[in-house]
Design a protein around this ligand. Structure first.
Ligand SMILES: Nc1ncnc2c1ncn2[C@@H]1O[C@H](COP(=O)(O)OP(=O)(O)OP(=O)(O)O)[C@@H](O)[C@H]1O
Ligand SMILES: [Mg+2]
Length: 257
């Protein structure tokens, strides 16, 4: 019987600080709740914070993996991942940001080909720069999630990115409007934003999901979506995360067979 192959999702944006990493961590928590084995890859190579957000020490990073592939010392992805819980592992970004340049785009296929064999879902965190690594990731993954905020600069830049996607005929993306990262920003209506972007907003996180003490969770390495009573306290957001999670894991299976 053919082995089931996992899906990959890259979380990106047109602007920094819009909640990509926070969304990714909560999405990983959602997949864990669904019993899906999830690998987080921290491709924010110069400023990755996945290990900080999960409050985990790690021995090996993506750069060790790349070096070992080059030196024919690579054996198994397992040697480089750090375990968070029974469902979530992560591959860390390099400790020294100067090492980021050692990881070029040719490793992406090697890493992702192996990752989807071992995990149900591979979640990739990035920064918002348009560089070779990020473009290769966007090209390679099954799906892309653009996280955006209600911010004129963000909307302007995302409009440009989405129009490039349209020109290229790329349709494997969804847009999340994150009103939780800065609940006071509400200049544009949803109608305005869709009109400017000429795109649909697939998911929204409401200002109610602004977590005043989010740093308590970060410093303790806790994932909000895995906390007790979250289903009641943040019922709408819980549903949004569940919807996102199932959209990205199911999408292509529907076309199979
Ligand atoms: N729901 C929330 N409630 C409160 N604070 C939040 C929330 N989501 C994100 N933040 C805070 O906003 C800041 C930016 O979030 P985050 O790091 O997830 O964004 P990012 O898009 O990954 O940033 P970067 O572009 O630097 O990678 C962080 O300090 C984070 O803790
Ligand atoms: Mg980030």
């Amino acid at each position: 019987m053919a082995k089931k192959i996992g899906k990959s999702l890259c979380i990106t944006s047109a602007k920094g600080g819009v909640g990509k990493t926070t969304t990714l961590i909560n999405l990983a928590g959602t997949y864990a709740k669904l019993g899906k084995k999830t690998l987080i890859i921290d491709f924010d190579l110069t400023s990755g914070v996945i290990a900080v957000a999960l409050n985990k020490n790690y021995e090996k990073s993506l750069v060790n993996l790349a070096d070992d592939i080059d030196n024919n010392q690579y054996n198994s992805l397992n040697d480089y991942v750090t375990k968070y819980n029974d469902y979530i592992d992560f591959l860390a970004s390099p400790k020294d940001p100067r090492q980021a340049g050692r990881l070029d785009a040719r490793y992406i296929d090697l890493i992702l080909d192996r990752a989807v064999l071992a995990y149900d879902m591979v979640l990739i965190d990035t920064n918002h720069n348009i560089n070779e690594i990020n473009l290769s990731l966007l090209e390679r993954v099954d799906n892309i999630l653009f996280v955006m905020t209600n911010d004129p600069f963000d909307i302007k830049n995302l409009k440009s990115l989405l129009s490039i996607f349209r020109d290229l005929g790329k349709t494997n993306y969804k847009v999340l409007l994150n009103n939780a990262v800065n609940p006071f920003k509400n200049y544009f209506t949803l109608y305005d934003i869709k009109n400017i972007l000429k795109a649909n907003i697939d998911y929204t996180l409401s200002p109610k999901f602004y977590i005043r003490n989010i740093d308590d969770y970060i410093m303790a390495g806790k994932i909000i979506l895995l906390e007790d009573k979250v289903e009641r306290k943040f019922a709408n957001e819980y549903t949004t995360f569940m919807t996102m999670a199932s959209d990205f894991i199911l999408e292509e299976e529907e076309h199979e067979g």
